[in-house]
Design a protein. Sequence first.
Lengths: 266, 290
Amino acid sequence: MTVAPRLSTLLLAAITILVAALLYSPLFVPIVSSFFPVARGEVDWSSPTVSTYVALAANHEILLALRTTLVVGACTVVLSVAGGTLLALYYHGRRAGRSLLQFIIFLPFLMPPIISGLALLIFFREIGIERSLLTVVIGHTVFVLAIVYRTVLTRLQSMSRTLVEASYDLGATKWQTFWRVILPNLSSAMVGGAILAFALSFDETMITILVTGTQTTLPVRLWAMMRLGFSPDINALVALILMFTVLLCALAARFLVPRQIATQRS
Amino acid sequence: MSGTGSPQPLNGRWSPLVTVLAFALPAIFVLAPLAIFLVYSFFSVDQGQIVYAPTLANYARFFTDPVFLPVFWRTIVLCLSVAAISILLAYPTAYFLTTLEGRWRYALLMLLMVPLLMSYVIKIYAIRSILGLNGFLNKALVALGIITEPSTLFVFNMNAILLTLTLLLIPFAILPIFLALERIPQVLLRASDDLGATGLQTFLRITLPLSMPGVASAASFVFVLAIGDFLTPQMVGGISGFTFGRILYSQFGTAFNWPFGAALSVALAVVVILAILAGERFGRNRGTSH
């Protein structure tokens, strides 16, 4: 048609590119500096190096924090998937008190982390639990539970009732129906929820800072180191973590997204 | 939804145990901590010891002390600005996404969401180095001739907090606006076109009003996330960039006044709840297309 629509599309595209550049700029800084030496804000493009990666392998403090993060993440995944699935199965199809309980589960996710974290901090102090990795795991689980619950519940609601009815008609008991019909149908939602839970736990910083003991997770370790400035090997770690999380995200998308888009389209 | 038809295997023998768990878990790990926290805001501190006697002194101090209310309002204005700037950048981006064809649309949306996965702490650190005196932003501005020499305008002050929070939170604004725009029925736009409206008229009278729920949700998300953040102001705010979150955090660290910190948290919670309710109220009306 006229020039105006094309011009506006160009403008929109320009703004989108600007936003993408803004969003990715903080990602590129550490990745570039993991391969090239940086001095006084100038990147020395002439001498690529992997020395930062070698240095990382020798940084025991960071590797220990990374291991702690993975352990905390694994515990959080197990607890939140078990708890979230249990709550979803229990609340599903129930009327009494469901919206209230649902609201309570979502509170830690909706409230600013500083409030959830401080509430847990005071709670642990009052009931006499020392701050440790256990309190971190509890904090993370309380935080991510809503996400797993929501994911499993959504799948449960989209599941056809005829599947369960057919199972009963064919003479299956409640437990047989649960293990052979319901659980297999929920499994991909549970895996998706588990990945989301792990990703959230992996990067959780604000609640962790408040409830952690002496042994702590990677983000909190990095936070403590940041005041002094990072050594170059941290950049290598960041690059690796980014690759890992993108991979994880792609995996989560495979388990969660296609189905949702498919239902939207139909 | 009840009866044999719905998938409810958790009845029968295990039922009592499951019922107890389903009610006890949220009660113990969510309600109890929040309730204790609320009660704490009515206690006081004497020589490093918490006095377990009810008092309104913390709230009186919050409202009368010349320090806290100004910081409180300033933080609210800061976070509203973050929300406004995020939306100004996110709206055209989300709009552009909806003009793309199916596969490209979601690929680009994913691409814009990926930075959310990156470690929060690392992003703050990287942004700080970009904004810094020797950072990329200053270099670019000097190279473009906008300023003659590196400026300290973006380090360790409120501007730095504003820019950093915006950069961190834009994806949370893109997503709800995109979803709202995507749900606008194409037939409405075609009808408007058929009736002789120009592209701008169609946008102003149909697209913009119908996407406002998404904008409201985006504003609420970004505001809540910004006001609850105490790490970013701590890291890029320096001495002059003092926000409510930092004051709150300091009550549990250096100042060691947990009850007063709890009272400040209640004030923060009130603002957050109001923002969430506002987002819910104006973000409703989403199902227009179906």
